[in-house]
Design a protein around this ligand. Structure first.
Ligand SMILES: Cc1ncc(COP(=O)(O)O)c(C=O)c1O
Length: 411
């Protein structure tokens, strides 16, 4: 069978995280002589809290009425329904102070699809893009899939010896040097970050943005974890396309509202970028999901009116902050290995001082505890693992148990 040369190439470099999740599949765990029900996983890059009740009720309203359900089966406009884009604009304004018109918003299937479409809309063959090291493991594959001969440049942001992020001034200096040399078309990173759970500071982000604007290139901020920020929010969380036309913000319902399987996301950006995205999206998905837009619009408007959205987000954020603290406390007490203090999101990074692929295999086989080896996020994490507390947020007692087991084995 003759598949495309692109996909043949890509199948030779499968996603490193998928590889490890395969290793932790039920059958493989049994093959290792372990009981799958006994495995404690810190591998999941997902959230475990419940979606808002008001959102569930909005879905029930649609499903409970024959005509509403019929209506929810129609195509959406490619950009998304105006009512949905208005609700997003209102939410961004009331939660973060971002000023958006509906001409600044396109609704899509999720941030993964929107990111893929953004690369098509913005990059030519051979263009370069700057990613951080470490960064979200899916970006390199998404770039290779959409841009022929793309050059991926990495900026090291983690000081591996000290096991802490470089200070903002140093990061800004490093950035300027790399940017001047490489002139990337796009700079992209998540904040709060996956895998480090660090929130990039205003000085660094402003330095990056200013270069992008001066050179008419783009800064893409991936806001998958924007509502799960544990520290005071940086000022750039409120930037708008009117005052920052070279900024593109990618958003998702996956993490804040536990919508990982009810996929809906959006991009806010200048109207030029949104027009370009409309053309790409006509070819990629035609239009976003109607039912999810209807339920989301109904819920967001009602929950902004009665204040319940803010309450829900605060409670959720506090629960993740608590899970993060329990995780780092357990690492400190039981393993004593260097870790990063999460500033938002679902993860911490722990340095293990040996090849992490080997470490993960060995620990899983001997304890039934699963970590994610760091290499897939960048070379800086070859000897580190990503630990996710996201799936355990409603059952945080389990968090300590895994570290106790690993400590017993390692000692
Ligand atoms: C930084 C980051 N961006 C994007 C995604 C994917 O988001 P979505 O579910 O909207 O495709 C993830 C998922 O883990 C993520 O961590």
């Amino acid at each position: 069978m003759r598949l495309s040369s692109l996909i043949q190439e890509m199948m030779n470099t499968p996603s490193p995280i998928r590889q490890i999740m395969k290793m932790a599949s039920r059958q493989n765990i049994i093959n290792m002589g372990l009981d799958p029900d006994d495995v404690i996983s810190y591998g999941g890059g997902w959230v475990g809290h419940h979606p808002p009740e008001g959102l569930r009720e909005a879905y029930m309203k649609i499903i409970g009425d024959r005509e509403s359900f019929h209506d929810a089966g129609k195509y959406s406009p490619t950009l998304g329904f105006e009512e949905c884009r208005e609700a997003i604009a209102r939410m961004e304004k009331e939660l973060f102070g971002v000023k958006l018109g509906i001409e600044n918003i396109i609704v899509g299937q999720a941030s993964t699809q929107l990111t893929h479409d953004l690369f098509i809309a913005l990059m030519d063959d051979g263009d370069s893009i700057l990613l951080l090291d470490p960064t979200y493991a899916n970006y390199p594959g998404q770039i290779d899939m959409t841009v022929r001969n793309a050059k991926i440049i990495r900026q090291r942001v983690l000081d591996v010896d000290k096991w802490e992020y470089k200070d903002e001034g140093e990061m800004a200096e490093d950035f300027k040097e790399i940017y001047e040399r490489e002139k990337p078309k796009i700079v992209m990173f998540p904040t709060p970050d996956n895998p480090s759970s660090q929130v990039f500071g205003d000085e660094f982000v402003k330095a990056v943005y200013d270069e992008c604007e001066d050179n008419d290139t783009f800064l893409i901020l991936d806001y998958a974890y924007k509502t799960q920020c544990f520290i005071p929010e940086p000022k750039y969380f409120s930037w708008s396309p009117t005052d920052h036309p070279n900024l593109i913000a990618v958003h998702s319902n996956s993490k804040w509202g536990r919508g990982l399987g009810r996929r809906l996301g959006w991009v806010d950006a200048s109207s030029d970028v949104i027009d370009a995205m409309e053309r790409v999206q006509q070819c990629s998905i035609l239009c976003p999901d109607t039912m999810h837009q209807f339920a989301f619009t109904e819920y967001v408007n009602a929950a902004l009116n009665d204040g319940s959205l803010k309450r829900y987000l605060e409670e959720t954020r506090d629960a993740y902050k608590k899970a993060a603290e329990m995780t780092t406390k357990a690492i400190e007490e039981h393993l004593g290995m260097p870790y990063l203090v999460p500033q938002g999101g679902l993860y911490t990074l722990m340095r293990v001082d040996e090849d992490a692929d080997e470490f993960v295999r060995r620990v899983l086989k001997n304890t039934g505890v699963l970590f994610i080896p760091g290499k897939g996020f960048g070379d800086s994490l070859k000897e580190a693992v990503r630990i996710s507390y996201g799936p355990h947020v409603e059952n945080p007692a389990i968090i300590e148990e895994g570290f106790k087991r690993v400590a017993k084995y390692l000692s």
